[in-house]
Write a protein that binds this ligand. Structure first.
Ligand SMILES: Nc1ncnc2c1ncn2[C@@H]1O[C@H](COP(=O)(O)OP(=O)(O)O)[C@@H](O)[C@H]1O
Ligand SMILES: [Mg+2]
Length: 335
């Protein structure tokens, strides 16, 4: 099954992010009443918190054509020009969704700004700059999503009419996400409250993690020939997928923690942590780290992250570090 089937497609089924939903629905209603295009929207937030889902619902609400692009693919003026050509509908309003919008190189962000300000872009053709403008009554609303808004040029950032910030989901919101996801699965569509809560607690505040775990539970249930996802199914799934009661896994989280422990008290930089678990730094910043911060297993320091006593106690309780490790680590501190 494709992941689109479990994406909410209406405001009623989109869980959490209530502030952002409220703000954008007011903006959408007002734009409709004024018969004006929706202002430009910037959505900032960690990976898997529903940004893409939200943009699809905006587009469905307006009924406007939606074109998808990613910041990484917009390195040259000409790429921007081609994209704009395919996004715009003469005499109508359209929406251009640029995912990871901060990845547009700073120099190319100038084009984004002129497009947002007055529907123009400047393209070098045969070495000469040429200006292209959208046709009269034609408008393209830019909706940008980013895990890293700080990388946008200040004027571009400021130009967005609606700046929305997506935050981690609460456990009770994640229970709703899990239940909604399960209702949309193809083989198993029932889950007990208890099982939904167990999944939510291990989802690290991230909707995508919750949906992935729900899908993994479906697989277990199918294989075990069960009709409902209950506590037995979730327990078996967490065991197979190496997820503990905090939602942490030995392949990722404990590996990071052990590395921090062995480096203690020297802070470890993001890049080396990302390399260690073979993940990109954004995933680390967006999904892995927030949970470790929340659990107070690590803290921020100049130059990187440092494990806390709580983090060390966790490693000990899991048998990840033994006395020998502790002596070695201690030795490094003393010398
Ligand atoms: N608010 C939500 N309510 C229910 N499910 C959600 C919600 N947000 C995200 N999801 C689920 O999580 C998955 C990842 O969301 P997505 O929009 O791709 O996140 P992002 O674009 O922020 O990385 C989606 O496929 C969807 O099934
Ligand atoms: Mg996305």
């Amino acid at each position: 099954m494709n992941s689109d089937a479990i994406r909410p497609t209406t405001w009623a089924t989109f869980k959490g992010q209530e502030d952002s939903v409220l703000k954008i629905r007011m903006a959408l209603d007002s734009a409709k009443m004024r018969k004006q295009p929706l202002g430009h929207v910037l959505i900032s937030g960690p990976a898997g918190t529903g940004k893409t889902t939200f943009v699809n619902i905006i587009a469905a609400d307006t009924g406007h054509k939606l074109t998808l692009a990613t910041g990484i693919s917009l390195r040259k003026d000409t790429e921007f020009f081609e994209l704009l050509k395919s996004a715009a509908v003469t005499g109508q309003h359209a929406i251009l969704f640029i995912d990871e919008i901060h990845a547009i190189p700073p120099a190319s962000q100038d084009n984004l700004l002129t497009l947002m300000e007055d529907g123009r872009i400047s393209v070098r053709k045969d070495g000469k700059p040429q200006v292209f403008a959208l046709a009269p009554n034609t408008h393209v609303t830019i909706v940008g999503a980013t895990t890293n808004p700080g990388k946008l040029n200040k004027p571009v950032y400021e130009r967005f009419d609606h700046k929305l910030v997506f935050s981690p989901y609460t456990v009770s919101e994640l229970v709703d996400v899990v239940k909604f996801t399960v209702s949309r699965l193809d083989a198993i569509t029932k889950i007990t409250d208890e099982a939904a809560l167990e999944i939510a607690k291990r989802s690290k505040g991230v909707a995508r993690v919750a949906t992935k775990l729900a899908k993994a539970c479906q697989d277990t249930a199918v294989l075990k020939d069960r009709k409902v996802i209950d506590r037995k199914v979730t327990d078996a799934t967490f065991q197979i997928h190496d997820i503990d009661e905090y939602g942490l896994s030995t392949k990722v989280d404990t590996k990071v923690l052990k590395y921090l422990f062995l480096s203690y008290p020297k802070p470890v930089g993001i890049e080396s942590m990302a390399q260690l678990i073979d993940e990109d730094p954004q995933q680390l910043l967006g999904v892995v780290e927030p949970q470790l911060f929340k659990l107070e297993f690590i803290i921020r320091q100049r130059g990187g992250r440092v494990i806390t006593q709580k983090g060390i106690a966790y490693l000990r309780s899991k048998g990840v570090i033994n006395e020998l490790d502790e002596q070695t680590a201690l030795h490094e501190v003393v010398s």
